[in-house]
Write a protein that binds this ligand. Sequence first.
Ligand code: C2O
Ligand code: CU
Ligand code: CU
Length: 485
Amino acid sequence: MFRFERCSGAMSRRQFLQGGLALGGSLALGGPGALAQVVRDRGPFTNLKLTAKPMAFSILPGAPTNTWSYEGFVKGGPALARVGYLGPILRLPQGSYLSVDFLNALPEDTTVHWHGLDVPAIMDGHPIMAVQPGGRYNYAYRIFNRAGTYWFHPHPHMRTGYQVCQGLAGVLIVTDPEEQALALPRGDRDLLFVLQDRNFDSNNQIVYTIGPATGYLGNRMVVNGQVDAIQEVVTGVYRIRLLNGSNARMYKLEWSTGEQMVVIGCDHGLLRAPEIKPYVMLAPGERVELWVDFRGASIGSTIKLRNTMTVGGTDLLEFRVTASVNDPIQLPQTLSQIPTYQLSQAANVDNPRVITVSRVGTEWRLNDRSFEMNSVEPYEVTRRGQLEVWEFRNDVGSNLIPHPMHLHGSPFQVVERTISSYQSSYNLVREGFIDSGWKDTFILMPGERVKILTKPQTYTGRFIYHCHNLEHEDMGMMRNYDIIP
Ligand code: C2O
Ligand code: CU
Ligand code: CU
């Protein structure tokens, strides 16, 4: 339970109004996070229309901000829920079928990639499947994934960072019977927040300028498409899903009260059991789920989610307690069943697939190779159904920086981290990794080697692995790999 700060004068009226304003007709739902829960259970078949197109949203006082955004409709039906320039926000049951008729109404090529979802290679949004301006593509697949918070975003050749920065991203929450049977907070106590950072010019337009090594870093926090986000809450327990939808910024998440964080899920849903952490690291592409207990808080008190990676720290999101309820819910001690992959059982236990991060000038590479659209190296072929160990290394060269490494095609378990240099920066983050669940993206720190175990289960075909710092990806820090029968 939290010790609460009294609400201070620090929250201006303008900030408060802004938290509420962007809610539009859904004000009654209680805040930006709650709006994300207006999602659609459409039964076993869901037919959607999705268009990527220029739009405009009010983010800062004054002129609206031009964005590139997804707009979604149920076929022949209503528009899908969105949060500001982000969306749609979908909720679909495991086992259901999704068909998305996509239209590219942007002035350049794009694709839609379903981050973390187990889909056929031709549905994965690989840059080779580029949809031209005015072009269409039918993304259709069955949802095999376990319950979790997945998302979708563009993946075109060398333009992923730019397009995501313009606003293109949506969320697909999957539910399953194991998760639904658990007594977890649900409905308007199951909230989603997408964390992003942006730079705006004096006319409120998004500015895309990138640092040569760091990628795109914005000076304003934008949460669910809003600045100075405030979420009203009651004195109950919440399930809070956080997605780092930033291009390049890595967050060290802490409560302003100094309370411990209760982590119940990561990229692919619930952990085996809750984990208590002093802080949580969240790199671009990663997700985390928290159990947040506001019981005992007094009305009017506030708590902030902060990023302490920045000097002095940055406020990301403020929770404001506005009503008191009686909530008897208890934190389940067992959350989900996850088989444990054993290193000793990997087919290549003595010969890990080594991927070394390297840098040539301002260009980042993988095993000294840049992205090649049409080829794989012999070491980039793996077998469906085979448990394999991959070892990512970030310990060659100088001026090393963290990289969030991501695999398409198959989730994995992080089984070993070895640090050989950069100890002091490592010590600031090491307790914040959530390595105990199913992952699709992990943080590879400077001086570190990380072993993951993965077993592609469903589809064969050509997938990619890359750094989820989107500017690194665009600069070539991405490679194909083949899953063969
Ligand atoms: Cu979210 Cu290939 O990435
Ligand atoms: Cu992905
Ligand atoms: Cu990188």
